[in-house]
Design a protein around this ligand. Structure first.
Ligand SMILES: Cc1cc2nc3c(=O)[nH]c(=O)nc-3n(C[C@H](O)[C@H](O)[C@H](O)COP(=O)(O)OP(=O)(O)OC[C@H]3O[C@@H](n4cnc5c(N)ncnc54)[C@H](O)[C@@H]3O)c2cc1C
Ligand code: SF4
Ligand code: SF4
Length: 434
């Protein structure tokens, strides 16, 4: 029987909630959202937490998705982005009464026993109340500290970054038509008791600042694949036009380099699995949708697993160039172009190219905080990601007793695999309760 008791503890700003039989999901990306909706639809109470002010995780910024080339924007229309179809998962986060969605929230401590965990949640500060914000945009006019993360953010609300505080903040607080802003908001804590924990904390794209040969972080025209996805996005700052970050000039030539930080003992020894496919996806989009852009891909091996081989075939047929080798030298020029020297291992020759943009297929790494979760729940680590509890059966979604993992929290996987794993977790939890 589901019970709810909420009482103030002796600590200021700390609330304890007992939700017997409910499930705590850490991370509201594709995997966490899928698990949340399917558990909730099966009548199970879910507490879904995400450290970000919006749900959606990395998929929020990816424009088109392999394997279907559908747009990632499956989201209901609003005044900022009219006419978009409604996404089942994201709208369910708000509408499904069995889901308690907590954004800006992290799990700071886990104690208790399997089947009866206690998780301490650190919430906020919630400077903007998402239930009150109507996205009128007034505060954005007064101060750069207020931000619209994305037109399809959920909850539909602007956010406030205190590090960018400006004079106009106070005026925005006073004039907000719904009184949604509270600049004096403080962090609060809650302790929840749950029977199961699902870790869906996803991945982070490595910032290759230490990989000296590419000059990332020094040269503005050297970017990562995730940054390229944001530029190609019609909702991005250039409206989808591929412009050089240094001077806004139209890009004509792009070089991509694979395995940056992956398959490299100095960084991550593993293959990040999906970066060959998303590099090809971006190369194909640029060829098909952005007139006249010539793309060259420098690779060690092209690993287009499973059904994604078609992206490689399409890329070859459409004239995208492939060079097997490694980049040796990156030299930015005064006119904004970059001279790139590549060692071609098939020709055994050094080749020199002039490019507008260099895109790094950077390693996908575990997000900050993964090792703490692994430690506090006594889980196995697999290259920093969460490994299966039983290495013999290798059931990839069972991470411990009453602890499950899905999506990229267990290593790089695509969206369909993340969804399949989330559904496997739901099925395991339902079987446990029979
Ligand atoms: C450039 C690029 C292009 C891609 N293109 C495609 C594509 O076309 N098709 C495709 O299928 N896949 C693609 N992918 C892969 C896709 O992004 C992932 O499969 C998908 O986002 C995984 O979802 P997830 O829920 O596992 O993780 P994430 O999207 O990473 O979500 C994890 C969530 O957990 C939250 N979180 C993390 N740690 C904590 C914590 N300690 N406490 C609270 N919250 C936390 C994060 O804020 C985040 O919201 C691409 C990836 C990249 C980098
Ligand atoms: S002024 Fe208030 S309601 Fe309008 S966008 Fe800002 S926070 Fe939201
Ligand atoms: S998927 Fe491709 S780019 Fe990514 S690490 Fe593996 S081989 Fe390198």
């Amino acid at each position: 029987m589901f019970q709810l008791t909420r009482f103030m503890s002796i600590f200021l700003n700390e609330v304890t909630i007992t939700l017997s039989d409910s499930v705590l999901i850490i991370g509201a990306g594709v995997a966490g959202m899928t698990a949340a909706v399917e558990l909730a639809d099966s009548g199970i109470k879910v507490i879904l937490v995400d450290r970000q002010p919006t749900i959606g995780g990395n998929a929020l910024e990816l424009y088109k998705a392999f394997p279907t080339d559908d747009c990632f924007y499956c989201f209901e229309g609003n005044s900022w982005r009219p006419g978009i179809r409604k996404c089942f998962y994201r709208s369910a986060m708000i509408d499904q009464p069995n889901i308690d969605l907590m954004i800006n929230t992290e799990v700071s401590e886990i104690s208790g026993l399997p089947g009866k965990f206690k998780a301490k949640l650190s919430i906020g500060p919630m400077y903007v109340d998402p239930k009150k914000c109507i996205m009128c945009g007034l505060c954005l006019e007064y101060s750069g500290a207020f931000k619209l993360i994305s037109p399809q953010c959920q909850p539909q609300s602007v956010t406030y970054e205190p590090a960018k505080a400006e004079e106009g903040d106070k005026k925005a607080e006073e004039e907000c038509p719904t009184k949604a802003i509270d600049l004096s908001a403080q962090q609060t804590e809650e302790i929840v008791e749950v029977s199961d924990i699902v870790v869906a904390t996803g991945f982070h794209e490595m910032q290759p600042v230490d990989v000296d040969e590419y000059g990332y972080g020094q040269y503005p025209n050297v970017i990562t694949q995730l940054e390229l996805a944001r530029i190609l996005d019609p909702n991005g700052s250039s409206g989808g036009a591929l412009l050089r970050p240094s001077d806004g000039i139209q890009v004509k030539n792009v070089m991509m380099v694979q395995c940056v930080g992956s398959r490299d003992e100095n960084y991550y020894a593993y293959c990040s699995k999906i970066c060959c496919v998303f590099a090809l996806k971006h190369a194909n989009i640029m060829t098909a949708e952005r007139n006249g852009i010539q793309t060259t891909v420098v690779y060690m091996d092209m690993r287009t697993y499973d059904r994604h081989e078609r992206y490689y075939r399409e890329a070859r047929e459409s004239g995208i160039r492939f060079v097997r080798g490694r980049i040796r030298l990156v030299e930015p020029q005064e006119d904004g172009t970059i001279d790139i020297t590549v060692y071609d291992s098939l020709l055994d020759k050094y080749l020199k190219y002039s490019m507008d943009l260099l895109v790094l297929s950077s390693a996908l790494e575990p997000p900050v905080g993964s090792s703490e979760i692994i430690k506090s729940l006594g889980l196995k680590s697999a290259s920093g990601y969460i490994g299966p509890a039983d290495v013999v059966s290798e059931n990839e979604v069972i991470a411990g007793d009453h602890v499950y993992v899905c999506g990229t929290a267990s290593g790089p996987v695509e969206v369909p695999e993340s969804v399949t794993q989330a559904r496997a977790v739901v099925s395991k939890i339902l079987q446990e309760r029979k």
